[in-house]
Design a protein around this ligand. Structure first.
Ligand SMILES: [Zn+2]
Length: 105
């Protein structure tokens, strides 16, 4: 299953952000793991499309981290830096929060 993170803006707008493993982990693990192949498998298996569908169901704005690492919140215009935010979470004590995609957050 592809990795997706929930991001809630200060204004309350919710985002579901798909981040390719390659972008998230390569900085930590170097090239010892072929994350790109994992990401391709997610794409081919349709799990990214599934994430997008679930985001809509859960009233979240789906963000594709492959093409969009940061954006301005459409509601309040605050700049959101998804990739650096999630990297800092991973680097901290909280650990990654992946989702099985079975509803909810
Ligand atoms: Zn906002």
């Amino acid at each position: 299953m592809a990795l997706a993170f929930l991001y809630t803006c200060a204004c309350g707008k919710r985002f579901k952000v798909y981040i390719p493993r390659l972008k998230l982990f390569a900085a930590m693990t170097g090239t010892t793991v072929n994350w790109g192949a994992e990401d391709e498998r997610d794409q081919e298996g349709g799990s990214i499309a599934e994430l997008e569908r679930l985001a809509r169901v859960n009233d979240c704005l789906f963000v594709d981290g492959r093409v969009c690492e940061e954006m301005a919140c459409p509601a309040c215009r605050q700049k959101l830096c998804f990739l650096s935010h999630f990297r800092s979470i991973l680097a901290g004590s909280e650990g990654p929060r992946s989702e099985s995609g079975k509803g909810g957050i």
